[in-house]
Design a protein around this ligand. Structure first.
Ligand SMILES: [Zn+2]
Ligand SMILES: [Zn+2]
Length: 395
């Protein structure tokens, strides 16, 4: 074992054992910004490690509240947390582990409420998710903002870690099979009543597999932050039944849309969720020499249409926020179908509205297109770190 003359002094600093590693740069971790999506069993392990590692800035996004059944798999939660938002409880527990980690809890549905500014803010994104739809969204957000992301998945004794860095490497969509797309399509094409009924149940998980997979995800974050070779475009599979593991490299799917160079993104420090989109359109027209359309960060429900009687009701919100009573036709009481929109053509009267009025989240990004050119515009005044923004942006 170690030579007693070489043991580290008892008065060593908090991170001395890391700094004893020749290539370790603690200041990179201290200055790092990591966005963690999901604060379930896996997210807990990732977040715990990020606090232990002294990562300086973490944002954690989760919609759920702590339930008793979470306590067997979530090191950051206590019985007294029952009923409280997971993101808030995780932030509090991380600060108890390491007060130097600045944690921003985001109590939100990722698909509907997480502005793409958060992805651009992050150096690395970690997915601790339990469904394909959210992974597809996170993948697209990372591809558009040029961020690497580390996805994890667990089921009983098995787990997987995959790293993606589109456009350079294969991305999550490259790994998807037709079956995966069919399952997502099935959820999307059903009426929203059916969609809700199809809501996925929690997968069976254990804290032990979460430790293994969450640990490897956090280790990938360390490697990415140090500019080391990491698991990008590759997957690590772990089978705890026989303790077998292997890695594989994913090929880029030539049909995947995320392997063209991403459009540049311009932060607009004075534009936010309450800025009329006409201002963004004017800025885009000036910079691109014209404007065909503004593309949105996510699909929105423009209206609900009744196939039986033809009644249309304007909605303008994310699918996830369509209320129960909007699912039924106000005319005949029949089930309505959503009309979805992901782009606003130049000249659309909807450009008179603000991003917030259209149902987009705070600190989002819009993409302007003109011919072959595209440019992103970040509504940066919404950032909680912007000097001019209110202390608590509504999410
Ligand atoms: Zn891809
Ligand atoms: Zn009707």
């Amino acid at each position: 074992m170690s030579d007693p003359l070489n043991v580290v002094s008892l008065r060593e600093g908090r991170f001395a054992r890391f700094e004893a590693v020749s290539w370790w740069r603690q200041e990179r971790l201290r200055n790092a910004r990591v966005l963690v999506i999901g604060a379930g069993a896996l997210g807990n392990e990732v977040l715990k490690n990020l606090a232990l590692l002294g990562v300086g800035h973490v944002a954690v996004a989760d919609l759920d509240h702590v339930e008793l059944s979470n306590l067997s798999r979530s090191v950051l939660y206590r019985e007294t947390d029952e009923g409280r938002p997971k993101a808030e409880c995780a932030a509090k527990a991380m600060n108890a582990i390491h007060p130097g980690t600045q944690v921003t809890p985001l109590i939100c549905n990722v698909l509907a409420d997480l502005g793409l500014g958060w992805f651009r803010w992050a150096d690395v994104v970690v997915g601790a998710l339990d469904n394909r739809e959210a992974r597809v969204f996170v993948n697209s957000a990372c591809a558009r903002t040029g961020r690497a992301w580390v996805d994890g998945g667990i089921e009983v004794l098995q787990g997987i870690v995959r790293g993606f860095f589109p456009p350079q490497t294969a991305c999550y969509e490259c790994t998807m099979s037709q079956v995966d797309w069919d399952l997502i399509q099935k959820r999307r094409s059903c009426t929203m009543l059916a969609k809700r009924a199809l809501a996925e149940r929690g997968t069976p998980t254990t804290p032990t597999t979460a430790s293994v997979i969450g640990g490897i995800q956090a280790q990938e974050v360390i490697k990415l932050l140090h500019g080391m070779e990491a698991l990008t475009g590759r997957g690590f599979f772990f089978d705890g039944a026989q303790h077998q593991s292997y890695t594989m490299t994913y090929p880029v799917n030539p049909d995947c849309p995320w392997h063209e160079p991403a459009a540049d993104i311009i932060p607009l420090d004075t534009a936010g969720g309450n800025t009329p989109l006409t201002q963004i359109a004017a800025e885009a027209t000036q910079r691109l020499g014209g404007l065909d359309a503004l593309d949105l960060s996510r699909e929105l429900v423009e209206a609900m249409e009744c196939p039986a009687c033809g009644t249309q009701t304007a909605v303008w919100r994310a699918v996830e926020h369509v209320s129960e009573d909007q699912l039924l036709c106000p005319g005949c009481g029949g089930a309505c179908a959503p009309r979805l929109v992901h782009s606003l053509p130049a000249g659309s009267p909807m450009l008179e509205r603000t991003a917030r009025e259209l149902g987009l989240p705070a600190w989002d990004i819009l993409w302007a297109r003109h011919g072959e050119q595209a440019l992103g515009f970040e509504l940066a005044a919404d950032s909680p770190f912007a000097k001019t923004s209110p202390a608590n942006p509504a999410l």
